[in-house]
Ligand binder design. Structure first.
Ligand code: ZN
Length: 57
């Protein structure tokens, strides 16, 4: 389960940086979050807010 979940990334709306939902840590999400947005913070540009989830290899 952990392995497949690693494919899910938050995409920063500001710079497009893809952040692993596991790397970001402390973020509550699950199957219900698919196609929705999660609260997070971009480590690349510092933008915090709701970010769309995208499944990437
Ligand atoms: Zn960013």
């Amino acid at each position: 389960m952990m392995r497949s979940s690693e494919a899910w990334k938050m995409i920063c709306p500001n710079c497009g940086h893809a952040v692993s939902v596991w790397e970001s840590g402390g973020i509550r999400w699950g199957a219900k979050s698919v196609g929705k947005r999660v609260a997070g913070r971009c480590p690349a540009c510092g933008t915090a807010g709701m970010m769309p989830l995208e499944k990437r290899p």
